[in-house]
Write a protein that binds this ligand. Sequence first.
Ligand code: FDA
Length: 387
Amino acid sequence: MSHPDIVIVGSGLFGLTVAERCAEELGLRVLVLERRHHLGGNAYSERDPETGVEVHKYGAHLFHTSNERVWEYANRFTAFTDYRHKVFGKYQGQVYSLPLNLALINQFFGRSHTPDEARALIAEQASEFDTASATNLEEKAISLIGRPLYEAFIKGYTAKQWQTDPTELSADIITRLPVRYTFQNGWFSDTHEGLPVDGYTAWLTRMADHPNIEVRLETDFFDVAENYKGKVPIVYTGPVDEYFGSSEGRLSWRTVDLEESVVETDDFQGTGVVNYNDQDVPYTRIIEFKHFHPEREKTHLPGKSVIVHEYSRFAEEGDEPYYPVNTAEDRAKLLKYRELAQAEPMVLFGGRLGTYQYLDMHMAIGAALSMFDNKLKPHFTEGAELK
Ligand code: FDA
């Protein structure tokens, strides 16, 4: 495509949603530039050639939303299975059902509690610190759920996630630690939940399957920027600091090392996700992908399974940026980048990297639909200024 009407940098869910809307609703010629060898951003997945199991290449992706518009939109490109996500956590040789709930409380304290008894127990244990005056993450967590549950289910896991002792972490990192005083152990509480029936890549490929959309893979925007900057509207979903040459300093991220292996068993752990809460176990979680699609059992090679050990650490240059660290210093830099972004002519910044925000998939789609409605459509149909 030599003369696109709009250029989208990044083919993740944010970029593809904007691309699809611009092509389908406005009839624009859309060029999507993607520096990886595949489209789809972090939601990308592939079938493991040996076992036939679909592997989420950038960490487990479970779709859930209570946003009706996003649900309706996603369903235009894929149907969803009725998968309901559950997470289990290992601690000192026992397996508990997460999130913190009545089954876990009963098992952990070794006796049955009614919801009111459990509430009273946790309130009493949580009284050790006052939430408002907690000076670090440990004190805040104890003020919310008490020391015993904190030490078992938060302390070791958080220390591994952040490579930092929780007494050294800011209390702001957590706002709530919800405890369910019921046996409900579904991980999400959204209206809609499920996994794309024929996989993420089929879904994402259908979004881009439009005669007006060209996705150019293995193309870094910065190598071709001069062809488009100032000449055509650009929606940029890469890292905001990178766009400005890190002029205000680099924003900090955590990354996850994903160690994938094929194991010689039909079923390694009996469920999709098991968290490892003990601090002396180096990984945070093990994912076993075949459990996300029990309906595909016949397509999986018997006697084998694909698992991934996850290790969390601070991202260095060249690592995949996954979760914003969001220190006070990062927030100060971000404000400066936002000012620069605001002043950048004909460029809109979006998505998780472009806004330095953790966004679930449904949030990325919702934000892209809003950008289309509020900025791109008025620009292309009424000549409104792009900013
Ligand atoms: P995304 O990162 O997907 O896409 C950005 C794209 O831009 C990338 O493909 C990148 O290569 C490209 N790019 C960047 N710079 C470029 C340049 N200069 N030139 C060309 N291309 C460039 N959500 C959820 O709902 N349920 C879940 O279970 C999970 N699980 C999960 C696990 C982990 C480990 C992470 C990190 C994230 C999740 N998510 C999630 C969140 C989900 O991944 C997120 O919502 C989407 O990736 C957001 O899509 P974006 O398009 O914003 O970014």
